[in-house]
Design a protein around this ligand. Structure first.
Ligand SMILES: [Zn+2]
Ligand SMILES: [Zn+2]
Length: 234
């Protein structure tokens, strides 16, 4: 297929495409005669040689689709290395660590907790002010997302850092039993242990009450110890 390399250049330059952006970009490069699926398959085939893949990720709450180029071999954060300083990378790593290992399936840090993490990396020149600047660019580049002031992993991290997260936080990561995506926002049943994304749940549930679709036990939203909510809530 002609124009594939130009299209891939464009994918590399973009951080992440929304579905609309993706469709308009493919139209720009290939016209609108070729089926989207064929373009995706051809692009994937070309990317394999470079150890890359074109991944589609579904937002865990809205269900919106995003397209991201991912590096399948990368189990480190090297993918961020071209943009950030070594210290910012260390800081990002400690934020991911904090988010992934937070208690009770919270999968978020408060803004203050995130700023406090700057102390953990023990670089004298990197303080709150530098941490704030770094946080701002992590948001802007879509690595992190703020949900009502709670700092979570962005869709870009969930897609591009998929292997890193699975390799380093295997014990902490749960998958949605419907779509197999990493679960950081949704529900976790304390009776049968099934986890499900908010979006996947809402797609399948016809019931107003929030209850497990597997074992029909009510999801507990209020008890501190046995909260069934995964992530910052909706
Ligand atoms: Zn799901
Ligand atoms: Zn259940």
């Amino acid at each position: 297929m002609e124009n594939t390399s130009g299209f891939i250049q464009q994918c590399l330059a973009s951080k992440m495409f929304t579905e609309d952006e993706f469709v308009s970009t493919t139209t720009r490069f290939f016209g609108d005669e070729i089926e989207l699926n064929k373009i995706i398959q051809e692009t994937k085939k070309t990317l394999v040689d470079y150890g890359l893949d074109l991944a589609k990720i579904i937002d865990q709450v809205t269900g919106d689709a995003y397209y991201v180029l991912t590096n399948n071999k990368q189990d480190t954060l090297a993918t961020l290395a071209s943009k950030y300083t070594q210290t910012e990378l260390l800081y990002f790593k400690s934020l991911v660590e904090g988010i992934m290992t937070s208690d009770d399936n919270k999968f978020y840090l408060t803004y203050h907790e995130a700023l406090d993490k700057s102390g953990e990396i023990e670089v004298a020149t990197f303080r709150s002010k530098e941490a704030q600047t770094a946080l701002d660019s992590f948001f802007k580049d879509k690595w992190l997302e703020s949900v009502s002031g709670k700092i979570c992993l962005g869709n870009r991290s969930l897609a591009e850092l998929h292997k890193f997260l699975k390799d380093n936080y295997n014990e902490e990561t749960t998958e949605c039993y419907v779509c197999s995506g990493i679960l950081t926002r949704g529900w976790m049943c304390h009776y049968c242990g099934k986890g499900i994304h908010s979006f996947c749940y809402n797609q399948l549930s016809t019931n107003q009450n929030k209850e497990c679709l597997e074992c029909s036990k009510d999801f507990d939203q209020n008890s501190q110890e046995n909260d069934s909510v995964v992530g910052p809530g909706e």
